[in-house]
Design a binder for this molecule. Structure first.
Ligand code: GLC
Length: 628
């Protein structure tokens, strides 16, 4: 029992009293006999991180404890960018903060910026030092200053935390290569192919093109090293409690620099079990809950976002099920919505979207989705055969259709994408390409056709309307707000040429941003104005609080997607037309739920639902809300 006067020591003791049981239980579940010593070590680390936590962050902690739903609020608008591609350096970012503010951004994810290995580094996901910033971007002090400045503007800084692997030049891997047994045990290194072969029987390949297999021979280490991703990214052995302790220390360090959300990169992969695909194994969730509990004790202002690009039945565990319900990551990417958006746009058909979303288990009410259209990665067609069947489709042929469509191979396709990681065995083809190019803008610009241009802009707006109206943090991927098309110059850079994901990682075009701000005659200006409007509308709608789920209202017309949000302040129904046709929707469906007159929040107009039919324009998005 804690019954001291309030003060720092009491605060820490109270938090420990509240969350240490979670930390203990999870560490015992994973580390068994090694847990007590680890818990003691973690407690000491938490105490010293708490003592070192800057005063302004401690104030933020208290604010967040008073506003525990901060990540769920409708005013949360995300923006995702590479520091160098957005602004050159960390100090340079602030010069462009007005752009973020004009978009209503409150959540700013700067892509990997910790010191990576030199040369190829998977876009920074091969980290050499977690306590240093990539030298050409700035210093740790610059990061602290940036986080503080952004915070002053109401923008939370989000950063990657690569948990599954380190660069082979990371100090731990260097020591392991030198034969230090302590550090060899940080990795999984096997003397011959026996174990790698046994594991590989059930392991999928992540980068079959440029990094086939999951193990890499290393002469110095004199063994086969587990490398799920690239050969220079060494998987960590999370079964070793030292690895847990190292990462807890790193997490608390980064939180104390002012990082408010940590994106847990490739979290699905951190626990390996023979005979499985070594993804989503239950200990992953114990480990996450233990780390989260420690973060709640030291830095309750900070949160976790899971980067688990996995199927729906696996994904939900990252937000917490059963004993982990609501206690693991606060946020997770909704990969399925992203995939279904592109699928619906290509097929002009929303049945599969309806089926997939209806089969999605509900998430804990205190968590939120990260809803997105594009990110720095490729699009994999994560559509299950069962969902496809439920929409009278054949999974494999629909996935083939989508790859063909977005590679621009399907007759009549508007898209310009590139095939990423063709897997000849499964015939799997993922797709790279920017939102605008995949939505038809590049094709339209080449044909100089007004109708095609209009459709392409409308598609971009439709895609983003869905994620802004979905109820999680919408994530604007840098350049999408200016409808930036593919950047084919990536092929000129030898460290990028082999990885065509760089086609959709352009340098920010600030000239275009300036001209777009007051020129609505061109796509960039139209999209930018549209985004600013949508984010402002979104921020004003209580219905979009993430504690409420978007639910499918089966649509009588397969070209429309209807989503309801049953909020205490009134019902909201979003209507999205994924086709270039005018579609007639019978209004009784809406009238029953919204009454005779509803407000359409995007236009601000009242809509009478008395007439029997509502005409939905090509690619139109409507957010109808009940009058109070
Ligand atoms: C995540 C990143 C991806 C990277 C991989 C390995 O999936 O988003 O870009 O290649 O992790 O770190």
């Amino acid at each position: 029992m804690v019954d001291d006067e309030p003060g720092a020591a009491t605060t820490f003791a109270l938090r420990l009293e509240r969350y240490a049981p979670e930390l203990d239980a999870c560490l015992r579940a994973v580390y068994g006999d090694a847990a007590p010593a680890l818990i003691e070590r973690c407690t000491a680390m938490m105490q010293s991180a708490f003592d070192a936590r800057p005063a302004d962050l401690k104030v933020l902690d208290e604010k967040r404890l008073l506003n525990p739903d901060w990540l769920q609020r409708p005013n949360m608008i995300g923006y995702v960018a590479y520091t160098d591609r957005f602004a050159g350096t960390l100090p340079g970012v602030i010069e462009h903060a007005d752009h973020l503010e004009s978009l209503g951004v409150t959540y700013f994810h700067l892509m990997p910026l910790l010191k990576p290995r030199e040369g190829e580094n998977d876009g920074g996901y091969a980290v050499q030092d977690y306590r240093a910033v990539r030298p050409d971007l700035g210093t740790m002090d610059d990061l602290v200053a940036l986080a503080r400045d952004l915070r002053g503007r109401g923008i939370s800084l989000v950063m990657d935390l690569v948990l599954n692997h380190v660069a082979l030049e990371h100090e731990w891997a260097v020591k392991a290569r030198q034969g230090d047994p302590k550090y060899r045990d940080y990795f999984m290194i096997y003397p011959d192919r026996t174990m790698p072969d046994a594991y590989e029987r059930t392991l999928p390949e992540i980068f079959p093109d440029f990094a086939p297999g999951s193990f890499t021979w290393n002469d110095e280490a004199n063994g086969w090293v587990w490398t799920t991703f690239n050969t220079y990214q060494w998987d960590l052995n999370w079964a070793n409690p030292d690895v847990f302790a190292e990462f807890l220390d790193i997490i608390l360090f980064l939180a104390n620099q002012g990082v408010e959300v940590l994106r847990l990169d490739a979290i699905a992969f951190i626990w390996k079990i023979m005979g499985t695909d070594c993804q989503n194994e239950p200990p992953v969730h114990d480990i996450t809950e233990a780390l989260r509990a420690a973060l709640r004790i030291v830095a309750p202002a900070s949160a976790f976002k899971a980067e688990a690009i996995v199927g729906p039945s696996d994904l939900i565990h990252y937000l917490g099920t059963k004993q982990h319900h609501g206690k693991v990551s606060d946020m997770a990417y909704h990969n399925s919505v992203m995939v279904q958006l592109w699928s619906a746009l290509a097929s002009r058909h929303t049945r599969l979207f309806e089926v997939a979303l209806s089969n999605f288990p509900p998430k804990p009410a205190n968590t939120t989705w990260g809803a997105y259209v594009r990110c720095h990665d490729d699009i994999g067609w994560a559509i299950s055969d069962e969902d496809a069947q439920g929409a009278y489709l054949q999974g494999h042929s629909h996935r083939t259709f989508l790859s063909d469509f977005y590679a621009g191979l399907h007759p009549g396709s508007f898209a310009k994408g590139l095939v990423f990681q063709f897997n000849p065995i499964s015939n799997d083809r993922r797709i790279s390409g920017s939102c605008a190019s995949l939505a038809g803008l590049e094709t339209a610009l080449e044909s100089d056709n007004d109708g095609m241009l209009r459709d392409a802009v409308a598609r971009i707006m439709l895609l983003y309307s869905v994620v802004m109206g979905f109820g999680g943090v919408p994530l604007i991927y840098m350049g999408d707000e200016l409808a930036m098309t593919n950047d084919y110059t990536f092929a000129d850079d030898p460290s990028h040429a082999a990885d065509n994901r760089w086609v959709h990682r352009p340098k920010m075009d600030w000239e275009l941003a300036r001209s777009a701000a007051d020129d609505r005659s061109r796509p960039a200006g139209q999209v930018l104005a549209g985004f600013k409007h949508l984010t402002a509308v979104r921020a004003s709608l209580p219905h979009l609080h993430a504690s409420i789920e978007s639910r499918v209202l089966p649509s009588p017309d397969s070209r429309l997607l209807l989503l309801t949000r049953d909020h205490p302040e009134g019902m909201m129904i979003a209507i999205y037309n994924v086709s270039e046709d005018v579609v007639e929707l019978p209004t009784y469906l809406l009238r029953d739920r919204l009454g005779a007159i509803a407000r359409e929040a995007i236009s601000g107009y009242d809509y009478s639902l008395e007439p029997a039919i509502l005409q939905v324009r090509p690619y139109q998005a409507l957010w109808l809300v009940q009058h109070s």
